[in-house]
Design a binder for this molecule. Structure first.
Ligand SMILES: Nc1ncnc2c1ncn2[C@@H]1O[C@H](COP(=O)(O)OP(=O)(O)OP(=O)(O)O)[C@@H](O)[C@H]1O
Length: 303
């Protein structure tokens, strides 16, 4: 399913954070957003997964306005991994992944019982309850899916296995390391079986092997992906198209190595870049040195 973000602007408390952002991800493309800290990547993505309503512009999923869709219809099409999950899930890993199935569950929606109610309580009500569970103390591994269909259980188990976290199924989410949490939240997004994935820094907290595994997994999932990434080599190696954002505006877009030129990297990121070839694969990699701040400021740009 293609994604079109058209002329998107976001204002908070009278400040315009992003201006006239237009970008497109074609069906099955992995599209990366790169840019310095505070440039607006998360703000754009938050509009794309409906955590923020834009002041102007649209987010279209397959040509339909996401912000005009019912919540459940949107969640069947699009799953998100926010940069920092504010929810402190007092649930087992299996239960957290099972929440990915909520948009597909028949019966009452938000405000009703079952998993919807449990998830909503978890996002707010359980904060600070201190009722976290250790490994092996939290039930059956199918967790809250005790009453779910075999199909849903299989989908959740498969999603956990794909991120290499099947062994964590019974562990309390609050007891996980940062990288384990990140992988479980990616499994939850996969269990949602969306057509579009929006990922804000998916490699956050992950060791290098898991960074490569998760990006390969995302690449191979066949979904349309919109991802904010800080590591420019990972972005170049795993994205079909990159958009560069600086100070709330898109300043470049295209195939990764056409976009990440030494000039752009100097202007936008304040670094001197050297292109080198991998001795075995021949793939281009970038090496960076910090540009002298004085030089950088004289060019009228800000890192
Ligand atoms: N709720 C808010 N209120 C005020 N300013 C905000 C709010 N949310 C974001 N901003 C500001 O908007 C700008 C863009 O923030 P955003 O989180 O989108 O940047 P980013 O490119 O994702 O940064 P990073 O790489 O550091 O994650 C920043 O200057 C930030 O301080």
């Amino acid at each position: 399913m293609r994604v079109d973000i058209n002329d998107l602007s976001v204002e908070i408390a009278g400040n315009r954070l992003v201006h006239d952002i237009t970008l497109a991800a074609e069906e099955g493309q992995v599209v990366g957003l790169v840019g310095p800290n505070g440039s607006g990547k998360s703000t754009v993505l938050r509009c794309a997964y409906r955590a923020l309503r834009p002041a102007a512009g649209t987010v279209l999923l397959g040509g339909e306005d996401l912000h005009a869709m019912a919540a459940r219809a949107g969640a069947r099409r699009l799953a998100a991994l926010p940069q920092e999950s504010s929810a402190e899930f007092d649930f087992t890993v299996a239960e957290v992944v099972a929440m990915g199935r909520l948009p597909h569950q028949r019966g009452p929606g938000p405000g009703g019982g079952g998993l919807w109610g449990k998830a909503l309580r978890g996002a707010g009500g359980s904060r600070g309850s201190g009722r976290s569970r250790g490994a092996g103390s939290g039930g059956t591994g199918s967790g809250s899916l005790g009453h779910a269909s075999l199909d849903a259980r299989r989908i959740c188990a498969d999603a956990l296995a794909r991120v290499g976290a099947a062994h964590l199924a019974n562990q309390g989410f609050l007891t996980l390391s940062g990288g384990e949490r990140q992988r479980v939240l990616i499994a939850r997004a996969l269990a949602q079986q969306p057509r579009v994935l929006v990922l804000d820094e998916p490699t956050n907290h992950l060791d290098i092997a898991h960074q490569l595994d998760v990006l390969a997994l995302v690449r191979d999932a066949g979904l349309t992906v919109l991802a904010a990434l800080h590591d420019l080599n990972l972005a170049a190696g795993h994205c079909d198209v990159l958009y560069v954002i600086a100070r709330g505006r898109i300043v470049a877009s295209g195939a990764p190595h056409d976009v990440l030129t030494p000039q752009l990297l100097a202007d936008v990121f304040g670094v001197r870049a050297h292109r080198v070839r991998h001795p075995e694969t021949g793939a281009v990699h970038l090496l960076f040195d910090r540009l002298d701040r004085h030089d950088h400021q004289e060019r009228g740009t800000q890192p």
